[in-house]
Design a protein around this ligand. Structure first.
Ligand code: AMP
Ligand code: MN
Ligand code: MN
Ligand code: MN
Length: 291
């Protein structure tokens, strides 16, 4: 198909990927490698959104400059929700903000305490695993269940990451330990004061009008509509609800570099998120900072 009969091939609209992980948390590739994969997929901009850390962002920014990909500083927080736990994507986060940094250090310390409890519970159940091995797997990044899962697979206690979650690490299993969760209000305030915006990640069928309107009252700016766990019907429904409530929309692949994800089919850019969505976020953020 040509463009308006001119014989010129149509330009595909630029896309972005606003949900990506690296070795700074439970992804399997270093930040610079993630950026290179994003560049290779022809994506204009990306956000690095590691769990409870912005430690990978500086490296991603430097590589983004080198290969011509705009990198947005992000983070995936875990917060309390009416149903338990909710993930909250923070965007446009400053890299050196004492209040935010102190908060994130506390989150990561909480992850270490939890990982120790997980390992102790598994040992109690007779599984051969020890904390130093899990700690080494995390290699200084924010530690989480995927690191435990990788060790379980390596030790032959599970066949795959998914199997490790089903057998040991998922809710209700022997190695399950809840996170100590801050409130949405608290994290939204922290992010807003730092000049950023927050989007509710992968809500799936919890993204009803009443739930989203409640979350908005607690500071939510946007909702992730495009995500590998959302069907096309669901993402369209969430987008319509978001528009009615004045919430912005975000989306991304939640790619973990091929290891550490429950969405093995996702790839950088696989959610084809329009650049215009990021531009709307830019505008909203400028309004917030101007206030
Ligand atoms: P945590 O932050 O320690 O609660 O671990 C949650 C992370 O585990 C998610 O961010 C995913 O990356 C990963 N995850 C969750 N479920 C699965 C699964 N079934 N298989 C593989 N990875 C998973
Ligand atoms: Mn993860
Ligand atoms: Mn998540
Ligand atoms: Mn994620």
């Amino acid at each position: 198909m040509d463009h308006a009969g001119t014989g010129v091939p149509p330009l595909t609209a630029p896309t972005v990927d606003l949900h990506l992980h690296s070795t700074a948390s439970d992804g399997s590739l270093p930040p610079a490698d993630v950026v290179r994969q994003v560049a290779a997929a022809g994506i204009a901009a990306m956000a690095l959104t590691d769990h409870d850390t912005t430690a990978g962002v500086a490296e991603a920014l430097a590589e983004g400059e080198r290969v011509g990909v705009r990198v947005v500083s992000g983070c995936e927080f875990s917060v309390a929700a009416p149903w338990g736990e909710m993930h909250l994507l923070g965007y446009f986060l400053p890299l050196r903000d004492p209040t935010l940094d102190e908060f994130l250090v506390r989150c990561r310390d909480g992850r270490v305490v939890r990982a120790r409890k997980i390992v102790a519970a598994l040992q109690e159940a007779g599984v051969t695993i020890d904390f130093p091995e899990v700690e080494a797997e995390a290699a200084g990044g924010a530690i989480g269940r995927p690191h435990v899962a990788r060790v379980l697979v390596r030790r032959g206690a599970a066949e795959s990451l998914d199997d490790a979650f089903n057998r040991y690490l998922g809710r209700g299993r022997i190695g399950y330990q809840p996170k100590v969760l801050p409130s949405l209000r608290e994290v939204a305030r922290l992010v807003h004061e730092a000049g950023g915006l927050v989007s509710a990640a992968h809500l799936r069928d919890r993204a009803t009008r009443s739930t989203l309107s409640g979350l908005k009252a607690h500071g939510l700016d946007a909702v992730e509509t495009r995500h590998p766990s959302h069907s096309p019907e669901l993402r369209d429904r969430i987008a319509a609800t978001a528009a009615g409530l004045g919430l912005l929309t975000t989306g991304g692949s939640d790619w973990h570099g091929g290891n550490g994800s429950d969405h093995p089919q996702s790839q950088p850019g696989s959610e084809a998120v329009p650049l215009a969505w990021l531009e709307s976020m830019d505008l909203r953020r400028q309004e917030l900072v101007a206030r």
